[in-house]
Design a protein around this ligand. Sequence first.
Ligand SMILES: [Zn+2]
Length: 276
Amino acid sequence: MPELPEVEVTARALAQRLDGRRVDAVRIYNRQLRWRIPASLARAVTGERIEHVSRRGKYLLWHLDSGVLISHLGMSGSWRVHEVQSAPARRPHDHVEFSCEGALARLNDPRRFGALLWHAHSRGDVLRHPLLANLGREPFDSGFDGPWLFAATRGRKSAIKPLLLAGKLVAGVGNIYATESLFEARIHPKTPAERISQHRYERLAQAIRRVLSRAIELGGSTLRDFAGADGVDGRYTRFAQAYGREALPCPRCATPIRRWVQGQRATYFCPRCQRL
Ligand SMILES: [Zn+2]
C-alpha cells in the first residue's frame, strides 16, 4: 500500500515531468474508483495548465489554472509518465490517461481503491476539502516539533503508536514508519501519549523526519521508472532496524526484538531500550 514516501516520490516525479505543461486531452477508461470519477472532470481540466504537483498527507494535488485535481493512490495505485513517441501500449488497469503537450500520464490501479476528484477554486481553498481538512500536521513542516506534539497529546491516554497511525497528529505515517520512528526515539509503542515528555517528543519528531527522509531517498533513486505500488516500503524494510525483525538482535543493545499485534497491526520493538 502506498505510504507517504511513495506519494512524495510520485509528487516529485509528476512535478518534474508535468509542471508547466498544458492538459490537451483526458481519456477515462473506467470511472469506478473508490468514488466515481466525476463526469465533469475531463471538461474541467482540458486546456488547463499544470502549475505544480504537490502532496498533502497521502493525497497528490495537481494545481491547475482553475482548480485542483485531488488524486489518492488507495491500496494499489500508481502514476506513470511517458513521452508520447515512446509510450508503451496501455496496460490492464490503466484507468485514466492525461495527454500533456507530448507527455502521457497514466493512472494504474488494479484494486480501484484510489480516487480522482476535481476541486474548482471557486469552491474555496482545497486544503479545506473534507478529505484534507482534518489531516494531521505535515511531518516536514516547521510546526511539527516536540512542543507541539507535547501540547497536542495532553490528556490523551491512548498508546502512542495507534495515535500516530490514526493520522490526526501527523499525516501519512503508516505502520512501518511509525514502528521505526518509535524505535529510533527509544519510545515503547504502548506508552500512553500523555505520559511522554516534551524532550522525548522532540526526539520522536526528529526520528519521524529522519525515517521518512531515508525512505523518500530510496524511492528517489527509482524516480525514472516511478514508484510502483509497494516499491519504497518493500525496499525500506531491508534497512529497517526493528520492523520485521522479530527475535533478531536489537542493533543498539542486542536484546531480541519482540513482535506483538496492536490494533490489528504488527508492532516490533526492543523491550530493553524502548521505554514506557
Ligand atoms: Zn535495544
